[in-house]
Design a protein around this ligand. Structure first.
Ligand SMILES: [Zn+2]
Length: 209
């Protein structure tokens, strides 16, 4: 008899969610608002794996989440900031790769491929802010994908300014139906994520618009 885990690895298929009945409608964020910046770390070696896992530096969300993100970006503009996106929709096979590459004691920072990630549903986004005056990405209490307690949205250390900006980003996102992840100030889930299936569509199959 083949153990369940081995069978899962052999098949390497995204898990089906019978409750996720919404039709996928992934849209390119920069097409909705070119003021949204991209810093797609997984298309570079500048990520926790130290090598590129995306062939293209693009970012997508399901349309209602993308439109909510644009509204958050426009609200932040009135405060002097813009949104910079590190990652949005992530194909399921990439989530599996992250899981396999992450040591046991850091697994709370990555999604279990047996359950799938909200990124796989096109309803999670990793992001920060850039300063509209200087054009530079702001300093937050931790780096993106830093697997320490500094990454927690409730972390009390670091500079006051960094904490204020982290909290401003959170406020902007919560106004539009996103919830922050308890271990990562940069990760937000859109409220309708349970409606969307776990996808493994490569970026190259999503039309440029
Ligand atoms: Zn994330």
């Amino acid at each position: 008899m083949v153990p369940v885990l081995a069978l899962f690895v052999l098949l390497a298929q995204p898990p089906a969610d019978p409750n996720a009945t919404a039709a996928p409608d992934l849209v390119e964020l920069t097409a909705l608002d070119p003021g949204i910046r991209l810093d797609i770390r997984y298309a570079t070696a500048h990520n926790f794996l130290g090598r590129p896992v995306y062939a293209e530096a693009r970012a997508f969300l399901q349309r209602p989440a993308a439109e909510a993100l644009v509204r958050a970006h426009r609200w932040l503009k009135t405060k002097g900031y813009g949104i910079v996106v590190f990652d949005g929709y992530r194909p399921w096979s990439v989530t599996k790769l992250f899981w396999d590459a992450t040591p046991e004691d850091k697994k709370q920072f990555v999604a279990d491929p047996a359950k799938g990630s909200r990124h796989n549903r096109g309803c999670a986004v990793d992001l920060s802010l850039y300063d509209l005056r200087t054009g530079r990405t702001v300093q937050m209490p931790s780096e993106y994908d830093e697997m320490t307690e500094r990454a927690h949205p409730s972390y009390r250390g670091g500079s006051r300014r960094a904490r204020r900006l982290r909290d401003l980003l959170r406020r902007a996102m919560e106004r539009e139906g996103f919830a922050v992840y308890e271990h990562e100030w940069w990760h937000f889930d859109y409220k309708d994520w349970p409606r969307y299936p776990i996808l493994d569509i490569p970026f190259s199959s999503i039309p440029k618009n």
